[in-house]
Design a protein around this ligand. Sequence first.
Ligand SMILES: [Mn+2]
Length: 415
Amino acid sequence: MSQPAFRFIHSADWHLERPLGGVGEVPEPLVDLFQKAPLRAARHVVDQAVERHVDFVVLSGDIIDPDRAGPEATIFLVEQFQRLAEQEIAVYWAGGRVDPPQRWPSAIRLPSNVHRFAWERTEEIVHQRDHAPIVRLIGSSVDLRQRAIGPEDFSFSVDRDDLFTIGVAYGRSDDFRNICPNEIAYWALGGDHIRSTPLTEQRVIHLPGTPQGRNPIESGPHGCTLVESDGQGHLRLHLLSTDVARWHHQRILVDANTSRDGLLGQLAETTERLLEQCESQSDMLICWTIAGEGPLLSKLRHTALRKSLKTELQDRFAARWPRPWCIWIEAEPARSLPDAWYKQDDLRGDFLRELMHFESGDTPLPDWSAEAPGEVALLKAAGLEHLLDHLSTERLLRRTAALGAELLSVEEPQP
Ligand SMILES: [Mn+2]
C-alpha cells in the first residue's frame, strides 16, 4: 500500500496556565524558571516543528486555560501559532479539559492556520500538500460541560481511499484501546502528562505527555513526538525533548552505619552520575528520598540536618552546567515503629492502636473523596487530580503513623 510520506508533530498538555510546583519551597534563583518553563517548553515544540519542516501539528488538548493563564500567555500562544503560519504549517487542535473551544476569548483572534475541532460531533479534515490529499484527521473537542465524544462515535464512512487516518481526541488510552474503528491508524490522544504508547494491534495509540514536567511525579525527559511515515505503512515515533527543567526523583538507602558525610558522599556521587547521563541542557531538579534504617534516618526527620546537607550539596555543584538543584531531601517514613510504642498506655499508643484498625482493614478507611469533595474539587481545579492516584492507602497510613508518632513522642523518636 503506497501512500505519500509525511511527518507531523503530536503534542498535548502544554498547560500554559500552570507553573512548576509540587514542592514546599522554591529556591530563590529558580522562581523565574518555575514560572516561565512551561512557555519556554511550548516554544521549543514550535521550534521543532519549524526546524523539521513538518506537514502539520496535532494538539490533543489541555493547551491553555485562557481564564487562568491571563492575556499575556494567551497572546504568547497566538504568536507561536503565527510562527507556524509563516511556515504554512497547519495546527489541528482538539480541546481537552481546560481548553474547550468555547472558552477561547472572543477578543483574541486565532490565525487561520489553526483549526479547532468541533465539540458536539466528530469532524473530518483532509490535509493536503500541493492540492493533493496526504492524511485524513478525524477529531473532536471536549465541550464546556466536560463531555467528550467517545471512541465509539468516531465511526465514519470512508470511501476506501487508503488515506492514512489520524484520530485526534482528549482522553485516556483505556477508552480507546478496545472500542475504536479499525480505519484509524494513529490515535493522537492527550490528557496524561506522562508519555505513553500503549501496545495495541494494528494501530498506534499515543499520548505525548506534557512538554514540561510540572512536579516531582512528572520526572524524566518530557517533550513532543515527531511522527514520520515513509509512505510504505511504516510509522516511526521520536521523542523530541523540549523541557527546560527536568525532574529527578532519587531514592538513597542508608543503614545503621551510615554517617552524615557518608550520606553526603552518596548524594554527590549520584548527582555526578545523573550529570554524566544527562544529554540535555535542562536544569536538573533533584528530589531525594532517604530510606533504610539507623540513627541517621531519625536525625533526618529534623530540618537542621536536611538543610545543611542541601546547602553543602548545592555549593559543591554550584559551578556545574546543566545545574543540578537539590529541591528537597526527605526521610522516608519508617516501615514499622517499635512494637513497644503500640502497647504503651499513652496518647501515642492510643493513636497507633487506632490506626491499626485501619491497617488491618477492620475499620474501612473513609472514602475521603466523598468526605472531602471540596478538597478533591480543589485538586481538580489545580489540575492535580493525578496526585489522587498516587495516594495509596498503605503509603498514606505509613506516613500518618510516622508523623503522628513523631508529634506525640515526648522524646526524640528512635524507630
Ligand atoms: Mn492535562
